[in-house]
Design a protein around this ligand. Structure first.
Ligand code: NAD
Ligand code: UGA
Length: 464
């Protein structure tokens, strides 16, 4: 039997890893082509330095690339050849016009639909892999039908992705569930079976959930909203802990033992980041508001408000502890990625903490094991509109953490990289003006030992 021919439009954090695992697990029964309009990104996927850092990804790509996994800019050719087409393009928050700052921008989804209609010469199953506003499948359907060649049919499925960055490969290899939403018609059910067969190469059947299209689309927004809400909930508790001498780690352990609550995702922090939590909650808020469900919108909006406040609260603590002025003081920032094991900085809490410290004139020395200096420069300039030159004056990026910490008034941990726990802080302490401050925005360091060395420590949700 000929292999199932799969095309994925969008070679990003989702399209690349997801298709690499489909190719690995599907073997000679699938042929996967990942396409993108970004030539530089495709060139990187075809090189020894992949465009994204993800543990385990290099090995998977090396095993499959050139055999049953291909990266290309030939969008038309890949659409033509495919039976199944994943749409895995970005759906950022709209920055203009109607729904600005809240609605998801689906222009890239629409352009994919138009390209699929234009280049399809036979029936296709089109799969929403991107996270989309509710009822986007209807939009896709209308565009495809209005523009396709005579006699060509499309089935649209929703198959949201639940991987987290930093653990993408293991999440894809053994997912908690795969969700497939489709139409209840016989054709819709046949399409669901075709996509399910791809996952059944490695995912047990009882982990493949099927629903109607709209439940599937909404479940993705709901899952991210619930996850982010847990972080805002524990971060809200962290502020109460700081004022009452309760310890947020102890509170998290105590409530997490309740099997109804569970222990995961209760790590208090400087705030959640990443390209999706805020975007997807705002997308939900927009949906609720447009349905005149304003109380529902307000409820979810508060998760984002709390997160912004938590980031601001952390930078304010730094400023206050340093005698209300950080002007011209060297502050070392350990970690710039939005979480460990990724080089992704999108919506990272570090960007906003650094922005606040730059507003106060601090000299920032930044170290992150995986984020490139150009990316940090870009991110900090993007929050310095009209005064981009301050980044050149105030910020240095280091490839050696000890150089970044050397002589700093304060060290602030903003990402939970494991290597930070292994540093020789006694050596660092000796170089710092006194009092020497350490702000642990992730609660990963050994506070008692650091205090013993002489550091003044501030952590999230606890008195040290
Ligand atoms: P990304 O920005 O890394 O990648 C998207 C890619 O799509 C880009 O390379 C872009 O050039 C390409 N693209 C845009 N329009 C195109 C077109 N018309 N033709 C061809 N290529 C086009 O985004 P991502 O992080 O991979 O996220 C993709 C989607 O998956 C989003 O909807 C996101 O919400 C969702 N998602 C992301 C994650 C994550 O961890 N990043 C997890 C689950 C779901
Ligand atoms: C998240 C979800 O976990 C994925 O299921 C989802 O597919 C994805 O969003 C998406 O739709 O993009 P991701 O953002 O990659 O994945 O990473 P998470 O592990 O969820 O972390 C998000 C942020 O929350 C990070 O900044 C992390 O440091 C923070 N976090 C996480 C906490 O502050 N505390 C926690 O207990 C957990």
């Amino acid at each position: 039997m000929a292999p199932t021919n799969i095309c994925c439009i969008g070679a990003g954090y989702v399209g690349g890893p997801t298709c690499s695992v489909i190719a690995l697990k599907g073997g000679d029964q699938v042929k996967v082509t990942v396409v993108d309009i970004n030539q530089k990104r495709i060139a990187a996927w075809n090189s020894d330095e992949l465009p994204i850092y993800e543990p385990g990804l290099d090995e998977v790509v090396q095993q499959c690339r050139g055999k049953n996994l291909f990266f290309s800019t030939d969008v038309a050719g890949a659409i033509k050849a495919a039976d199944l087409i994943f749409v895995s393009v970005n759906t950022p928050t709209k920055l203009y016009g109607l729904g600005k700052g809240s609605a998801a921008d689906v222009k890239y989804i629409e352009s994919c639909a138009r390209a699929i209609a234009e280049h399809s010469e036979g029936p296709k199953i089109v799969i929403e892999k991107s996270t989309v506003p509710a009822r986007t499948a209807e939009t896709l359907d209308r565009i495809l039908r209005a523009n396709c060649k005579p006699g060509i049919t499309f089935e649209i499925l929703s198959n949201p992705e639940f991987l987290a960055e930093g653990t993408a490969i293991s999440d894809l290899m053994s997912p908690d569930r795969v969700l497939i939403g489709g139409s209840t018609t016989p054709e819709g059910q046949k399409a669901i079976q075709a996509l399910s067969a791809v996952y059944e190469h490695w995912v047990p059947k009882d982990r493949i959930i099927t629903t109607n299209t709209w439940s599937s689309e909404l479940s993705k927004l709901a899952a991210n909203a619930f996850l982010a809400q847990r972080i805002s909930s524990i971060n809200a508790m962290s502020a109460i802990c700081e004022a009452t001498e309760a310890d947020v780690s102890e509170v998290a352990r105590a409530i997490g033992k309740d099997s109804r609550l569970g222990a995961k995702f209760l790590q208090a922090s400087v705030g959640f980041g990443g390209s999706c939590f805020q975007k997807d909650i705002l997308n939900l808020v927009y949906l609720a508001d447009s349905l005149n469900l304003h109380e529902v919108a307000d409820y979810w909006r508060q998760v984002v408000i709390l997160n912004d406040w938590q980031e601001r609260r952390f930078s304010t603590r730094i400023i206050k502890a340093l005698f209300n002025t950080v002007s011209s003081k060297k502050i070392c920032i350990l970690g710039f990625a939005f979480k460990k094991n990724t080089g992704d900085t999108r919506e990272s809490a570090a960007i906003y903490v650094c922005q606040h410290l730059m507003d106060e004139g601090a000299q920032l020395a930044i170290y992150d094991p995986k984020v490139k200096a150009e990316q940090i420069d870009l991110d900090l300039k993007s929050v310095s509109q009209g005064q981009e030159d301050r980044v050149d004056r105030l910020v240095t990026v280091h490839s050696d953490p000890y150089e970044a910490m050397d002589g700093a008034h304060a060290v602030a941990v903003l990402t939970e990289w494991d290597e930070f726990k292994t540093y020789d802080f006694a050596k660092v302490y000796a170089t710092m003006p006194k009092p020497a401050f350490l702000f642990d925005g992730r609660n990963i360091l050994d506070h008692a030992a650091l205090r013993q060395m002489g550091f003044e420590i501030e952590a999230i949700g606890k008195k040290i």
